[in-house]
Ligand binder design. Structure first.
Ligand SMILES: [Zn+2]
Ligand SMILES: [Zn+2]
Length: 243
């Protein structure tokens, strides 16, 4: 008689409940506490130079030195730069989507790994910062999603780097989804959507604004406008991925 499956110890069974033993993307078996297999990790699309110094938008072609994309050249953002190490494509986009909308909370770990890579970007290393600031969600959205993805990721960065989170923004307007809007409509939709929380000061502080994805930059720009008006000395943005 051939045994197809050996009985697992209670500890192993418990561990397998806590830690997925399969790649979250392709289901290949992985070591416990790993979330993605080596093959999938390699497939994550990195942002390689040349890319826009302001918004990290990659450019298809050869450019030497610092480059600003046409979109950023036309527009004055309230943040200094937005840094991502990955494109929001394929697997990266899929994992972000599952984390945010399908309540796959464990995916915070691989996403935080990708986010943390931006801490080594020259634009972040150039100057020390004081706080991570998560982009806030409206309380109604938090009830729908069960958590604020930006706050979860900022908390993991705090644990890894020792730099503190300052949860100083709140979302005071419930805005409809932005995806159908053009840039001007997005800006209008976001106007006065954010406020500084009472009893929080950012005067003279260097801030890293944290979110999951940067697409047009309208949301982080509106947050940055509020922080800038409150006297922040610098605002840089870090996201897991760039749309
Ligand atoms: Zn895989
Ligand atoms: Zn740009």
């Amino acid at each position: 008689m051939r045994l197809t499956a050996l009985p697992r110890s209670a500890a192993e069974a418990f561990a397998s409940l806590l830690y997925p033993a399969h790649c979250a993307h392709c289901s290949t078996p992985v070591d416990s506490q790993e979330f993605l297999c080596g093959g999938c990790l390699e497939k994550a699309k990195r942002i390689e130079p040349p890319f826009c110094d302001t918004c990290s938008q990659p450019f298809d072609g050869a450019i030497d030195g610092i480059f600003t994309c046409a979109n950023c050249a036309q527009r004055q953002f309230h943040f200094d730069c937005a840094v991502s190490a990955y494109r929001s494509r394929g697997m990266v986009r899929n994992l972000i989507h599952r984390f945010k909308y399908q309540h796959e909370y464990r995916l915070r770990h691989p996403l935080a790994d990708w986010l943390a890579e931006s801490l080594n970007d020259n634009r972040i290393l150039a100057r020390p910062f004081d706080f991570y600031v998560p982009v806030p969600l409206h309380p109604v959205r938090i009830r729908e999603r069960e958590f604020n993805q930006a706050a979860v990721l900022a908390d993991l960065l705090e644990k890894r780097s020792g730099k503190p989170v300052l949860d100083c923004l709140r979302r005071v307007r419930y805005t409809t989804t932005q995806t159908r809007f053009d840039r001007n409509e997005r800006m209008e939709n976001l106007r006065n959507a954010f406020e500084l929380r009472k009893n929080t000061g950012v005067q003279g502080k260097h801030l890293l604004l944290i979110d999951d994805v940067l697409t047009t930059g309208s949301t982080v720009d509106e947050c940055s406008r509020v922080l800038r008006e409150a006297g922040a000395a610098s605002i840089r943005v870090m996201t897991v991925a760039r749309g």
